[in-house]
Design a protein around this ligand. Structure first.
Ligand code: KIV
Ligand code: NA
Length: 276
C-alpha cells in the first residue's frame, strides 16, 4: 500500500465516497489511525488542549506542531498528513509562506491547514503558489474563538450562512484542496458542500459534508475536561488506562509484580564468585 496523495483524496471525493480524517499527535496514535485505514491525519493545534493541557489552542507554537508531526510521520505509512498552522503564524503573507514551508520541510507534513475565510486569501494563495497544498478551516475557528464570542455554532442566521458560503467560495478560488467546516448547521454545510468542487470535511457540520474529522482524544475517551456535542466517544480509554495503572501500583505494593518472567538471572557460580 503506497501513501495516499491529494489525487487519491480528490478521486475518492469525486466518486462520492466519504473521507475520514482524525487528529493524531504522536507515533502510536498515528500508527493506530494508519492501521485502521484512515484517509488523513491532522496534526491539529488541539494538541495544546488534549495533550499539553492548555485551555485554548492559542499557546501552541509552530515548534510544537513540528515536534508532534515528526512523530506522526514516523508512525504513518499510508495516511495523508496535514499540519495545523498555529495562532499568529500566518498573520502576514511572508510569515505564512515561511511557516507553511517549515511544516512541510521540518514537520514532514503533506499539507497545511489554516483558520479563516476571505481575509486569508492572500496568505492561502501565496502558500499554494509556493507549491504547498492548503486545507481551509471556516465556521468555528478556535484560534479566534475570543473574537467570535466563545466556542459557538457559526452560520446560524441567513446573513451568517451567506458569509460562510462566500468564505468557502473564496477559499476554493484561492486554491485550497479541501475545507474543514466546524460547528455549522447541517443544512448550511450540506448546501456549501453541494456548491463546491473541493471536499468539505465536517466536525459538528452534519453528515452532508464530503468527510468527517474528529479529535482522537475525544473519540477514544482520553480527554476528560469536556466532550463537545459534535464528538462521539467510542470508548473510555482514559478509564481503562487508569485501571491498568492502578492494578500495576497494587501489584508493586503487594510484590506480585515483577514476576520471574519479567526478571533476569545469572549463573549460580558467577553469583557465588561475585559474593566472595
Ligand atoms: O486542531 C484540531 O483538532 C482541528 C480540528 C478540530 C479540525 O483543527
Ligand atoms: Na486546529
Amino acid at each position: 500500500t503506497s501513501p495516499i496523495t491529494i489525487l487519491d483524496i480528490h478521486r475518492k471525493y469525486r466518486k462520492g465516497k466519504k473521507l475520514s480524517m482524525i487528529t493524531a499527535y504522536d507515533y502510536s496514535s498515528a500508527r493506530s489511525s494508519d492501521n485502521a485505514g484512515i484517509d488523513m491525519i491532522l496534526v491539529g493545534d488541539s494538541v495544546g488542549m488534549v495533550v499539553m493541557g492548555h485551555t485554548t489552542t492559542v499557546p501552541v507554537s509552530l515548534r510544537d506542531i513540528i515536534h508532534h508531526s515528526r512523530a506522526v510521520r514516523r508512525g504513518t505509512k499510508r495516511a495523508y498528513i496535514i499540519g495545523d498552522l498555529p495562532f499568529g503564524t500566518f498573520l502576514s503573507v511572508d510569515d505564512a509562506i515561511h511557516n507553511a514551508a517549515s511544516l512541510i520541510q521540518h514537520g514532514r507534513c503533506d499539507a497545511v491547514k489554516l483558520e479563516g475565510g476571505r481575509k486569508m486569501v492572500n496568505q492561502i494563495k501565496a502558500i499554494v503558489d509556493s507549491g504547498i497544498p492548503v486545507c481551509g478551516h471556516i465556521g468555528l475557528t478556535p484560534q479566534t474563538a475570543s473574537a467570535l464570542g466563545g466556542y459557538r455554532v457559526q452560520g446560524k442566521t441567513a446573513s451568517a450562512a451567506l458569509a460562510l458560503y462566500q468564505d468557502a467560495l473564496a477559499l476554493q478560488e484561492a486554491g485550497c484542496v479541501m475545507i474543514v467546516m466546524e460547528c455549522v448547521p447541517s443544512t448550511v454545510a450540506s448546501y456549501i458542500t453541494s456548491r463546491l468542487n473541493i471536499p468539505t470535511i465536517g466536525i459538528g457540520a452534519g453528515s452532508g459534508t464530503s468527510g468527517q474529522v474528529q479529535v482522537f482524544h475525544d473519540m477514544v475517551g482520553l480527554f476528560d475536561k469536556f466532550t463537545p456535542k459534535f464528538s462521539k466517544r467510542y470508548a473510555e480509554v482514559g478509564k481503562l488506562i487508569e485501571s491498568v495503572v492502578s492494578e500495576y501500583r497494587t501489584e508493586v505494593e503487594e510484590k506480585v509484580f515483577p514476576a520471574e518472567s519479567h526478571s533476569f538471572s545469572m549463573k549460580d557460580d558467577q553469583y557465588r564468585n561475585f559474593l566472595e
